[in-house]
Design a protein around this ligand. Sequence first.
Ligand SMILES: Nc1ncnc2c1ncn2[C@@H]1O[C@H](COP(=O)(O)OP(=O)(O)O)[C@@H](O)[C@H]1O
Ligand SMILES: [Mg+2]
Length: 805
Amino acid sequence: EYLAKREREKLEDLEAELADEEFLFGDVELSRHERRELKYKRRVRDLAREYRAAGEQEKLEATNRYHMPEETRGQVRRSRVHFGPGPQAEGREVFRALDSALAAPFFVLPFPVGGGSDWEGGIFRLHVSFSRRGREAGPEARAPLSPQEPSGPPPPTQAQQKESIQAVRRSLPVFPFREELLAAIADHQVLIIEGETGSGKTTQIPQYLFEEGYTKKGMKIACTQPRRVAAMSVAARVAREMGVKLGNEVGYSIRFEDCTSERTVLRYMTDGMLLREFLSEPDLASYSVVMVDEAHERTLHTDILFGLIKDVARFRPELKVLVASATLDTARFSTFFDDAPVFRIPGRRFPVDIFYTKAPEADYLEACVVSVLQIHVTQPPGDILVFLTGQEEIEAACEMLQDRCRRLGSKIRELLVLPIYANLPSDMQARIFQPTPPGARKVVVATNIAETSLTIEGIIYVLDPGFCKQKRNKQPTSFQISSNQRAGRAGRVAAGKCFRLYTAWAYQHELEETTVPEIQRTSLGNVVLLLKSLGIHDLMHFDFLDPPPYETLLLALEQLYALGALNHLGELTTSGRKMAELPVDPMLSKMILASEKYSCSEEILTVAAMLSVNNSIFYRPKDKVVHADNARVNFFLPGGDHLVLLNVYTQWAESGYSSQWCYENFVQFRSMRRARDVREQLEGLLERVEVGLSSCQGDYIRVRKAITAGYFYHTARLTRSGYRTVKQQQTVFIHPNSSLFEEQPRWLLYHELVLTTKEFMRQVLEIESSWLLEVAPHYYKAKELEDPHSKKMPKKIGKTREELG
Ligand SMILES: Nc1ncnc2c1ncn2[C@@H]1O[C@H](COP(=O)(O)OP(=O)(O)O)[C@@H](O)[C@H]1O
Ligand SMILES: [Mg+2]
């Protein structure tokens, strides 16, 4: 066993070493000795590989049990680029195989090898080849006022730091327009502000307003951000600029986290949080200014905010409304707000050279990693920003990069690999802003969070594979605009380069020009409930910037009716009002309300908190897969995944919320910490919705019934042809990671569907069909819950019944 493992590791090392060597030094003149050594290594590798090949097939099948399907729902290629012949999955495997990697055509780097590299003069032949096309010219590329040396000066003193922060503030594009801007705000109630990312909209304008006295008499300024991370980091930056403690004058509030106090007059918040403010203060009376930032992102909440704010502005003439956007699409906003004036902040930008791949990349993750190394080895100093779609992908890429850097060892300069995505804990997030040590290079691997809302100093190179994540998207979309945003991130501090992992042809022909607003592609349950509780009954005639599809709205109303939040007239019920109080999905809030009836609110709170940290509970390091899987199985409880989550949390709580416990059980500490926060927040809200604390004392049937009371909408039954959802008769599958994967219970409910290779149910719970009648008699008829298997029926009738649903 040990020997086998060791042999495997050795071989992997050897292969990786060879791959890297051939990749980096493939065509550099080798000495005779080196050549002989390489030949020998290759020979050893080939022999070993042949030996292994036989057993490989079996092993593959054995490991398939835990193979995690990759999530692609909502992960849309921004273009319809074809990935050469064959399906993508296959392409990836093939690409991974060393042979084909070595056999792949090598191209000469189309741009000169930069100075400062150790390999100046050598010709590098690399996997990914870019052709240079076009330049994003900064129209008025002024020189930076404070030229920044990449090799850092000695660490500044505190006073110097303060002065330099003020210097940066003065150097921002918005600064020369301070007076003009303030005058425009004074003159107009609604002002649309357009400016490049990094021009100072988010951090400076609220400060100007503060300095101008808009927060006198305890009035507040709200600035919304579509993303949690942006709200937090921007608030932190502004607090530093103003020399105050975060949470005092400047604070942020995001769902499940409130960093504000009585004194907080500059409030950065997610757009969803401002929406919730309307619940307690429908006219936003305590706010003097509302700034809707990053409006171009067109998130669901931002779109709803537009309608509400427009309305409030009508009867509060003293309220100032600012709509800030990074793109040229500001005319839309202006028209919507009765032709409000647009204030343009001319941007200071450096030119950005754009490179496209010559041919589409089969495996874009691999291509990204290779390109980063390529840039690192050949290009002059400057940090790299890579755009990927989500946490899992980002972590995979970081791991690959770190791995290869380690293998290359001292052959390359130091490369700091830093991830950034919304769920990353803030201390980790903060690391991307730290200056890069001299001689090293930083690569930030980010979601599109870094597209507009975050500013990372020192980025010169941007790598854009052309993918982005959109929630529940039907048609592939996206965006020249956002590719240009991404490219723009390269030209912030000096002339930059943007490498696009798609072809120039694809850019011109396959990317769509604008984003489809979220409101037109997502489920609206939450928002409809909120609007209803704000007293807006006629949703069909709500002032939408772009109205959602009629069917989506109808579906949301129907669901809320089934959950008992609306009555048959479409009016909010008492229970609907309570559901709106909880900042979670209607089904989840219904589940929490139901826990009162089944006396298990303690357990249900835990389940709700664990569900909301989203599938990042278990940790599965590559080198300890077996241990990790064992640890996971040890948490299994009969009944299903919700109880597993409950079990994990309970044991963790019993350990005294220990990080060591997490480590030993392959559980992600950060996720647990977050679950604990969420749970505390929810617990604090229980009183408002009149649910008392109670525990089921181990009677899990009660917990399962309470969950069913919220999720009876998401049920599936086992038929002869596998699982079908009860109402829609859609074919679905249990996710391989589920504790019920091998159990196949007859009836179950699921938390969500994820579309990958198939439609998978994630987080499933075994239920009894009779419970559905108990919790939702208005929704289910006894007849449709009859079990075709339990009765002896002629086959034909059974089938017809199934077909009819
Ligand atoms: N976390 C940060 N660390 C260092 N500098 C920052 C940070 N956030 C913002 N800045 C500086 O402030 C400038 C303006 O940022 P911001 O107000 O977010 O621009 P905008 O909202 O117009 O995109 C950035 O270009 C950068 O120089
Ligand atoms: Mg901004």
